[in-house]
Structures are given as structure tokens and as C-alpha cells.
Design a protein around this ligand. Structure first.
Ligand SMILES: [Ca+2]
Ligand SMILES: [Ca+2]
Length: 256
């Protein structure tokens, strides 16, 4: 196996004595459904850059209060979103102990840091539980190449003739909360830096700050976009290009 790093697992089996047959199928299926190589570099014992990048984005989306830590409440929401079950308090404590033991700065104020989150996924893979990390990545829209799936970004939407499109109440709530999370200084407006950060989970911003949103939407005295301006621009985008809104909601981590 050392000579062939592309071989993920090796199991001795026999069709004659039926020795290890079910194990053989289990590992073969696993190699196809939850491959290691897109996630992990064996020689370096570390996650691949693409996997890290995806997990960093997921971490940011799950960090609801924006303090760069995942507290118990945020971890529970994450767990529910990915696995549809709540995290047992005892298991949560055990996970934190394991992280703390291995990397001391993986836990801060009883919450998981980004380092701790990445370490946890490294550990899953090292323990042969690739399916856990894959489940997380797939839930957040990633395909086998660790790119966002097209149908996740642009789901089919039939708009009857004569109808227009607008943000739902849930969509408005999500985008308002997002604004509040990234308005770090709490002045009720997005500075250019805050505007840049709000789209840090997206490939790029959907519009230019200086020549588009700032010029066309309500701003404060400093000329920075207010919550009202932010919602106006999104309402307009939803009206004229709803697929673009859907795409951005996916990048921003709206839970569907
Ligand atoms: Ca947090
Ligand atoms: Ca601000």
C-alpha cells in the first residue's frame, strides 16, 4: 500500500471460503462513496487545501454570532443541519476534551475554534470516518470535486407568467440577521470592509460596493450602506434576477 498511495484500503478475502467478503464490499463501496483523496493528503497527514477551504466556509456560516468560535448552541444547530439529530451534551463534552487534548488552542472559552473544527475533521478521516466529513460537505452543497453543485446554487424554479419574485419572510430574516452579524461595530451600516466580509463565503460580491449599492441605495452620513439599503438592493436583485438571489443565498449559507 505504501507504493500505491491511490489505494485507500486493502483487505484479504476469499471467494472460496467467503472470508471477509462483506468487509471487501464495505471498503469498496466506501472508497467510491466517501473517497479519502479529495479530503486528505496521507503523506502530510493533513486535509487538502480544497477541503480546508470548504470547511472554513462552513465554519463561518455556522458561526452565527460571528465571534470566530462555535459555541454549544451553534454546534447543535450545525449537528441538526448536517445529521438531523441533536448533539448529546455528554458527546459534545467528550469531543471538546479530545480537541483540547490534541491542540490546546482548539478550544477557547469552552467553544470550538476554527483550528479545533479542522482538527476534528482530520481526526474523523484518520479514524476512517470519512463519511462524516463528506456528509457535512454535501449538506453544504459540495460535490465530489469539492465545488458547489450547480443544482444547489441554482435549483429549478418555475415562475408562472405574469408573476413576480420577492423575498420570503424567512429570506428577509436570514438576510437581516446576516447584516447584523457582519455589522461588527454596530453602527447600523456596512463599511466597505464589513461589506467585503459579508460576502467572504461567496466567490465574489454580486455587485460593486462603490459604484453600485453605495450609489443606488440608502446610506448613512458616511455614505455607508444601511440595513434598509442592504434589503433594498437584495429586493431589487430578487425582482430582476431571482436565480442570482438563490445562488447568493446558497453561498451565504441559507438553510434549505
Ligand atoms: Ca460563534
Ligand atoms: Ca458597521
Amino acid at each position: 500500500m505504501e507504493d500505491f498511495p491511490e489505494v485507500e484500503s486493502c483487505v484479504e478475502c476469499s471467494a472460496k471460503t467467503l472470508h471477509n467478503i462483506s468487509e471487501m464490499f464495505y471498503y469498496a463501496q466506501k472508497a467510491v462513496l466517501h473517497p479519502t483523496s479529495p479530503l486528505y493528503i496521507m503523506e502530510e497527514q493533513d486535509l487538502t487545501p480544497a477541503c480546508k477551504k470548504s470547511l472554513v466556509r462552513i465554519f463561518k456560516i455556522c458561526d452565527i454570532d460571528g465571534d470566530n468560535l462555535l459555541n454549544d448552541y451553534e454546534l447543535n444547530l450545525f449537528q441538526r443541519r448536517c445529521f438531523n439529530t441533536p448533539l448529546q451534551p455528554q458527546i459534545l463534552d467528550e469531543v471538546k476534551v479530545v480537541i483540547q487534548k490534541n491542540i490546546p488552542d482548539g478550544i477557547f472559552h469552552d467553544a470550538v475554534t476554527l483550528k479545533g473544527f479542522l482538527f476534528l475533521h482530520c481526526l474523523f478521516i484518520q479514524r476512517g470516518r470519512n463519511e462524516t466529513t463528506w456528509a457535512v460537505l454535501r449538506r453544504f452543497g459540495y460535490n465530489e470535486q469539492l465545488e458547489m453543485c450547480k443544482d444547489y446554487l441554482r435549483p429549478t424554479l418555475k415562475i408562472p407568467p405574469g408573476s413576480s419574485t420577492e423575498l420570503s419572510h424567512r429570506g428577509q430574516q436570514f438576510l437581516t440577521a446576516l447584516f447584523e452579524r457582519y455589522d461588527k461595530d454596530g453602527d447600523g451600516a456596512l463599511s466597505p470592509e464589513e461589506h467585503k466580509m459579508i460576502f467572504s463565503t461567496c466567490p465574489s460580491a454580486p455587485w460593486s460596493y462603490s459604484t453600485d449599492i453605495r450609489k443606488s441605495c440608502p446610506t448613512n452620513d458616511q455614505g455607508w450602506v444601511t440595513l434598509h439599503g442592504w434589503m433594498c438592493r437584495l429586493t431589487l436583485m430578487t425582482l430582476i434576477d431571482v436565480l442570482k438571489t438563490l445562488e447568493y443565498l446558497a453561498y451565504l449559507g441559507f438553510n434549505v
